[in-house]
Design a protein around this ligand. Sequence first.
Ligand code: NAP
Ligand code: MG
Length: 491
Amino acid sequence: MTDIAETKLFIDGTAQAASDGGTYEIHNPARPSELVGRAAAGTLYDVEQAMRAAHAAFPAWSALSYAERGDMLRRVAAAITSDMAEVEARARLFTREHGKILRETHLEISRLGERFVQSAEYGDRLARDEIIRAAPNDTIITRQPRGVAALVVPWNWPLAILGAKLPQALMAGNTVVVKPSANSALAPTMTLHRIAEMLPPGVVNILTGSASRIGDAIIGHPLVRYVNFTGSVDVGRHVMKVAAENITPVTLELGGNDAGLVLQDADLTGDAFSRLYRAAFMSTGQICFALKRLYVHRSRFDEVVEGLRAELDAQVVGDGLLPETTMGPMNNAKQLKVVTDMIAEARGRGQKVLELGQVPDPDLYAQGHFQRPTLVIDADPTLSVVREEQFGPVLPILPFDTEEQALAMANDDQFGLASSVWSSDVERAVRLARRIEAGYSFINAHGPSAQDGNGPFGGFKKSGIGRNFGYEGVVQFQGYHSIAGAPGLLG
Ligand code: NAP
Ligand code: MG
C-alpha cells in the first residue's frame, strides 16, 4: 500500500489548508481506481488572502537588486535539485499522478532548476539602462516590474512550464500567485512549496483547486497586474476576456499543430528516426510543441514510414514507473477521447492507420487511459488529426512534391507555435524555416529535448500572444519607464 499524498495551499509564507478544509482527489491515469493523493481545494477567500499577501510583499521584493534576487534564485535551484532522495520520491509521485514515464519526470524537475539559474544569469544585462542623449532631452529608458503576476500552468508539463515563467517573473521583481492544474497538482505543488519556503513571505503563493471556482477570481483580481497563462485556446480566450476588465496585460501560450518538413535531401541515418519519434511522441504526445503533422518529400515517403513504423513498434506502453516502459498512459480520459475520436475518424474514412508498440500488460492497458503510438499514413489533409491539435500519440504523415507546396501546407493552419525542417543542407533548411509561420523552428530536431530556453518561445496566430523564456521572457514581466531631463541634467 502506497501512502496517499496530501498537498496544501501556500499563502504569505505559510502552508495551509483551504479556508473551508476542502480537498479533491487525484487518481493514477494508469489505473484510475488508485487514489494517489488529495490537494487543497482553494476558495475565494483563499484567493483574496493570496492576492493581498503578494501585493504586500511586492515593494520589498521589487526593491532588491537583480544580483540579490539572482542569488536567491540560484539557491532555490540548488534546493530543488540537490536532494536526490527527495527528487526521486517526488518524481515517482509525479509519474503516478500524471502518467508520464520516470525519465521524463526527472527531465522536468531538472529543467525547472536550470531555468532558475538561467534567469539569474540575465542579472547584469537586466540592470543596464539605456540612455539616449539627443536634444531637446536626454532620456533614461528603464523598466519596472509590474506587480502581482498570476501564473497559470496546464497539466502536461507543469514543472517545465513553470520554468518558462516563474523564475522570470521573480527575477523581473514581481511577486506571484501560481495556479497549477487540477490534473497534476501534487508533486508540482510540493516542489512549489519548497521554492516558496525559501523566499520572503508573500513572494510566491500557491492556489490549487477547481478552476471553475477560483479561476476567474485569480485572473480578474484587481491587484493582478499581469497574467501569464499556458493552456488551451478556449480557456485562453476566456482568460483574455476576464483580464480585459481591468486592462490587465496577458501572455497566452496556447496550443500548437506543429508541422515538420522532411526534405528530399534529409539525412535519416544514425538516430534520426529516434529524434523524429521523440519529436512527436515524447510525453505520450501531450506537448504543445510536439511534432503534430509530418510532411515528407515523396521520394523519401516510404523510407520515413518504414523508419517510424520500426521505431514506434519498439516502444513499450505501460505503467510509467516500470523501467521497461517507454510510453505511459495519457493523463486523462477527456484528452484520450479527443485522440481516439481522431483515430476513429481516420479509420472511418478508409485511411491507413497503424497502431503500434508493445503492450506487455493488456489488463492494465484496458483499465488505464492508454493509447498505443499510432501513424496515419498518407493522411487526407481534411482529417481532424491534420487540422486540429491532437495532443496525444498519433501522427499523420503526408507527402509533398515541391518545397513551395510543403510550405503552403505547413502555413495553412490556425496555429503557429513551432515547426521543424529536416535537411542535410542547413542553409536551405534555415531559409525555409524563416518562411514558416511559427514562433520557434528547429533544424533536424523538434520538441523539448532540443530546446534550451535561451530563445524567446511562443506562437503566432491562435498559438498565442507574447513570449516566455530567455531574456525577453524576463522583460515581459516589466514595463518600460522613460525618465527625461534637459541635455546633461541626468549625468
Ligand atoms: P486548459 O484546460 O486550458 O487549462 C490550462 C490551465 O488553466 C489549467 O491550470 C486550468 O485549471 C486553468 N484554467 C481553466 N479555466 C480557468 C479560468 N477560468 N481561469 C484561470 N485558469 C483556468 O488546458 P489543459 O488541458 O490543461 O492543457 C492542454 C492545452 O494546453 C493544449 O491545448 C496545449 O497545447 C496547451 N499547452 C500549451 C503550451 C504552450 O506553451 N503553448 C504548453 C503546454 C500546453 P484546471 O486544470 O484546474 O481546470
Ligand atoms: Mg494535428
